[in-house]
Design a protein around this ligand. Structure first.
Ligand SMILES: C[S@@+](CC[C@H](N)C(=O)[O-])C[C@H]1O[C@@H](n2cnc3c(N)ncnc32)[C@H](O)[C@@H]1O
Length: 290
């Protein structure tokens, strides 16, 4: 793999050099910045055949974080968590993105695949940032410690509709196998996210049109969360959404509809989703077209 790293961001607050690995040697190299781009690319220094390599969905998630970066900086998160970190591309990008502008942030990343933990640790180290990386099923064993204190959670889950028996298999299959409607792992993550997120916590999650995003938003609305699409990209193969969720005191927990309107739930949720279209990214062959 090419050891060079290229970080492209909207910001000038990134470190001016970055550590890369060539063979067994760690080197410091200047980082090339291309300003005003809305795409961040980190060329990884570590990989493993059974670990998911960053792909369109990973890029969409990082682009969503970049698009929301100003809000993230103002949010001043204390604890950021990634569930299913794979190569470490997303958590590393987030840590670089928040950088020195938000001091004292603690990062935690989990993955069910132990190889992913190793690769993520190497990627973080290569970029000079730190996260606690834990091999576990979603957040198993961490619930008590992290209950109600995660300010930002990012998830690119296994979302591909597959036969049920492919879910939870060892190795690379666990990276994409999502069972019926691709929802098996997503539907397990959502209630855990609800427990771990702080009152001001934000969740960014990648999902496919096939996962029925409006139904996911409705399920989260019942837990008191508002939602908005930050990025939407259509490729020839799939229609990806990155949706942000946050607790909204105007939404009654358990209520399927806002109390202020008599419109149907499905209308309301779809409007909530698609009213964001002016901000959406329609991706064809160009990563930067917003
Ligand atoms: C689509 S990949 C995303 C990897 C990385 N976040 C990215 O965006 O490139 C999904 C990741 O979730 C992990 N995963 C699958 N099921 C999991 C579970 N139950 N708990 C934790 N991680 C899981 C997989 O091992 C894989 O690394």
């Amino acid at each position: 793999m090419d050891p060079k790293i290229d970080v492209r961001t909207e910001s000038s607050s990134m470190p001016s050099s970055i550590r890369t690995k060539e063979g067994d040697q760690w080197n410091s190299k200047p980082v090339s910045y291309k300003m005003y781009s809305k795409s961040a690319q980190i060329r990884l220094v570590s990989s493993h055949p059974e670990v998911y390599e960053p792909c369109d969905d990973s890029f969409a998630l990082v682009d969503a974080l970049l698009a929301d970066r100003t809000n993230l900086l103002e949010h001043h998160p204390s604890l950021c968590m990634e569930v299913g970190c794979g190569s470490g591309y997303v958590i590393t990008s987030l840590a670089i993105m928040l950088g020195q502008e938000v001091a004292g942030v603690h990062y935690i990343a989990t993955d069910i695949n132990p190889h992913a933990v190793q690769v993520t640790s190497e990627t973080l180290k290569a970029h000079g940032v730190h996260a606690e990386v834990i091999s576990t099923d979603i957040a198993s064993g961490l619930e008590r410690r992290l209950s109600g204190i995660v300010d930002v959670m990012v998830v690119n889950p296994p979302y591909v509709p597959t036969p049920e028996d492919e879910v939870g298999r060892d190795g690379i299959t666990s990276a994409w196998a999502g069972g019926e409607n691709g929802r098996r792992v997503i539907d397990r993550i959502l209630p855990i996210a609800d427990k771990l997120l702080s009152d001001r916590g934000w969740l960014y999650m990648v999902m496919l049109a096939a996962n029925n995003p409006s139904q996911i938003c409705l399920a989260m609305r019942e837990k008191g969360y508002a939602s908005r699409i930050i990025v939407q990209r259509s490729t020839e193969e799939e229609s990806l959404h990155v949706v942000k969720f946050w607790r909204d005191s105007d939404i009654q927990v358990g209520a399927r509809e806002p109390t202020t309107t008599s419109r149907t739930t499905s209308t309301t949720v779809m409007e909530s989703l698609f009213s964001q279209f002016p901000r959406l990214a329609f991706w064809r062959n160009d990563n930067n077209s917003y």
